[in-house]
Structure formats: structure tokens, C-alpha cells
Design a protein around this ligand. Structure first.
Ligand code: F3S
Length: 411
């Protein structure tokens, strides 16, 4: 790679051992992918924050990078942690896990990273604009940044994102370059999509079609209106089931107008959508003992809707509503948190049902998120009920006969 004098200076260790390590990671990555140079980045999102994923080795590495003088050069935020950092006891997290998780967050803080733990950083002040080069980890946020915002990022891993934060640059390859942002499969949607669960199911159907066709960047047609919430659900699902880092949506996303739809085309019919929904349902509402909304992290509008649905009612199941801490603070301000917590549900900031250490704690989870269904089974071995948002809230209100029986036996 052709490095500038500043980059060579860093590589020679003149700015400390952590920054040198970071530049070594980026040069290795750039060499593998044939990058000719580095690009300055304006924003970073680091993943690999939960102690449940990182373990001792990850914690030690972060401590070493902080001790080695690593400091973020650009705005950098964090992916969800393994717990609500203020209210972890209420989620049943052990003190031992909490102590290790806090040490991870402190290591990031020592590096000057904003410790907002969320997978929707674009809702909490880390909002790049069209055409900016960024280095984001977290596949759903990467897909949102490339597709909806028109920023440019590869799917970074935890170490490469941290390396970009500490140096302020990333190798120029992949989605940073115009030629890799061309669509390669047209997708005509012939079904009416009305909610986040429909868009999650669409992401699964399209993602699996991409994998089968050996394609990676769909050009979606046939959707006239949508919302931020639907798009973040689609992004999470498309990235999970199709490995996609980007899509274009005719009339909706900013780069779609630059291209003609590709000649190769698939169609998504009502039957395809139904099949995707069906495939994510392997439990009944009666079996559900855990309800979770907030994958990706909820917007304030979604929390307002939950508060409206729960006002004056009591939930009968463990119900986590996961979001970024700044969004929770708005919910506090608006009185939504009080309504929700009076019902017995919990707003869990900073974390989610996938990265928290809850394997084995529940049998079956209800959610509106296709991505959460995928990881509920693959990581935690939970069965899943996949439903529209409002119906998920209603599931938390259904009295589960088995739970009732257990409760009675205990009494
Ligand atoms: Fe976010 Fe956790 Fe889902 S990180 S996208 S809420 S799996």
C-alpha cells in the first residue's frame, strides 16, 4: 500500500504502541483486499462490546490498547453491551459479569470512545452524511449507513473498527469505491408490506435469494412508502440472512436513481413472504416466556407506541424493551418509561436479547425481529414466535397457563 508520511510515522510506532498496532491491522487488511491507499474516516462504530462475546482475551486486548496510549481520532460509538450498565441487577445479570463488562466499557472510555452502547448509532448522534467514508462494525448499522444514509463503509470487525478509530483512517477497498456499489440483482416486491415484521421477513426472503444466486447487492422495486423503523428492520435481516452490506430501493434510498435495475431479477410474492414468516415461528404464544422488542434498538416513536399499548395493563412475562441510553432518557422525559415499568415490562438500555448472557434462561421468545429470531435459536437455543410489533406487546399480556401453574406450585 502507498502510505502517507503521517501513516508511515504511525506505523513506525512514533505515536505509541496502540496506534502502531492499529495501523498494522489496517495495512494487513488493505494488503489482503488490494487497497492502494488509506482513506480518512469521519465516524466509527465499534462492535464486540459484550463480555459474553469478548471473554477474557478480548478484555485483556482492550486494556492493552488503552494502556498503550490508543485514543480515538474521530467520533466513535459502541455496539450494545451485555447488560444495562446502570440497571443490570434488574435484568438478572451476575455481579461477576457486570464487573467484567464495566471494565470493558471503561477501557473504551479511556480511549476517548463515546460509551453510548447501541446498534442504531444514527439515532444517537453518530449520523454520517451522504458520501462520507466511515468505518462501522455491526452489520445492521453498516447496511443502514450504506443504503439509507449513502455513507460508505465495509462490514468492519471489532478490531478493524477500533483500529480505524485510533488512526482516523481505513483502507480504500470494497464499499468505499464506486464500482462496488453497483446493484447485481433486481428484486420486485409484489406484496404489500406494512410493518417492521414484514420488512424483517422481506430481508430474510431476499437475503436467502441473494445467497442462492451468489449475489450481494439487491435493487429493490415496488415499495412506495416506508419508515425509518421498517428500514432498520430490513437492514438487520438482510445482513443476517444474506450477508448484505447494502441495497438500493427505488424511490427511497439516495443512490438508487444512479442505476438501472439489473437484468437478472427475482420476484417476492405474498407466498414468499408468508413462507419467511412461517420459518421463523416454531413456538406458540402459549409457550412464550420471554418477550423482546428492540432489535435493532428502538426509536423513540416505537417506545411511545409500546407505552400506549401497555398503559394501565400488567404484563405476565419477562419483557425487555431494548434501546440506546439517550433514547431511554427521552422516554424518561416523556413519561413513557414510567408507564412501561408500571406494567412490569423493563426498558433495558445499552443491551439486547442477543448479546446479553441469557442462554438457557428462557424457552421461547416473541419478537418482531427476524434477526433476533435467528440469534435466539443459534446463540441461545430459544424457540421463537415472530409477529407484528403490536401483537408482540399483546403476547406479553397473555397469561401463560404453564407460568401460572409454576407460580401456583411455588406458592
Ligand atoms: Fe442490535 Fe442486538 Fe439486534 S446488537 S441489531 S439489537 S442483535
Amino acid at each position: 500500500m502507498n502510505l502517507t508520511a503521517d501513516e508511515q510515522y504511525i506505523l513506525a510506532g512514533k505515536e505509541g504502541r496502540a496506534t502502531r498496532k492499529a495501523m498494522q491491522i489496517l495495512v494487513a487488511l488493505g494488503t489482503i483486499y488490494g487497497a492502494e491507499r488509506m482513506l480518512p474516516v469521519s465516524s466509527v462504530q465499534v462492535a464486540g462490546v459484550s463480555y459474553d462475546n469478548l471473554g477474557e482475551a478480548g478484555l485483556q486486548w482492550l486494556d492493552e490498547m488503552a494502556a498503550g496510549g490508543g485514543r480515538a481520532q474521530v467520533l466513535t460509538t459502541l455496539n450494545p453491551a451485555g447488560m444495562d450498565v446502570e440497571n443490570w441487577q434488574a435484568l438478572g445479570i451476575s455481579p461477576d459479569f457486570a464487573e467484567r463488562q464495566q471494565r470493558i466499557i471503561q477501557a473504551f472510555a479511556r480511549m476517548g470512545i463515546v460509551t453510548t452502547c447501541t446498534c442504531t448509532p444514527y439515532l444517537s448522534g453518530n449520523l454520517p452524511h451522504f458520501g462520507q467514508h466511515i468505518a462501522w462494525a455491526e452489520s445492521s448499522a453498516v447496511c443502514y449507513a450504506n443504503s439509507v444514509l449513502g455513507a460508505r463503509t465495509n462490514r468492519e470487525g471489532g478490531p478493524s473498527a477500533l483500529a480505524a478509530a485510533l488512526t482516523g483512517c481505513t483502507p480504500a477497498y470494497g464499499y468505499h469505491l464506486d464500482e462496488n456499489r453497483l446493484p447485481d440483482l433486481a428484486v420486485e416486491v409484489q406484496v404489500q408490506l406494512t410493518d417492521t415484521h414484514h420488512f424483517g421477513a422481506l430481508g430474510k426472503a431476499v437475503g436467502e435469494a441473494l445467497q442462492a444466486a451468489g449475489k450481494k447487492l439487491p435493487y429493490i422495486q415496488g415499495i412506495e412508502h416506508t419508515s425509518l423503523e421498517n428500514l432498520k428492520s430490513l437492514c438487520a435481516s438482510l445482513a443476517t440472512f444474506g450477508g448484505a452490506a447494502m441495497f438500493h430501493m427505488q424511490g427511497i434510498t439516495p443512490e438508487a436513481g444512479l442505476f438501472e435495475p439489473p437484468a437478472e431479477k427475482i420476484v417476492v410474492t405474498p407466498a414468499d413472504l408468508q413462507a419467511a414468516i412461517q420459518s421463523l415461528n416454531d413456538a406458540t404464544s402459549e409457550e412464550v416466556d420471554f418477550v423482546s422488542l428492540g432489535c435493532p434498538h428502538l426509536s423513540i416513536q416505537e417506545i411511545a407506541r409500546i407505552a400506549q399499548l401497555l398503559e394501565g395493563k400488567k404484563v405476565s412475562k419477562e419483557f425487555w424493551i431494548t434501546t440506546a441510553r439517550p433514547t431511554k432518557q427521552i422516554a424518561d422525559l416523556m413519561g413513557y418509561t414510567q408507564i412501561i415499568e408500571t406494567s412490569g415490562a423493563r426498558i433495558a438500555a445499552d443491551t439486547c436479547c442477543v448479546v446479553a448472557p441469557i442462554r438457557g434462561r428462557f424457552r421461547a421468545m416473541a419478537t418482531d425481529s427476524a434477526k433476533a429470531c435467528y440469534y435466539a435459536y443459534s446463540k441461545n437455543r430459544f424457540k421463537t414466535v415472530f409477529k407484528p410489533f403490536d401483537e408482540v406487546v399483546a403476547t406479553a399480556l397473555i397469561t401463560n397457563k404453564t407460568n401460572e401453574a409454576n407460580r401456583t406450585n411455588k406458592i
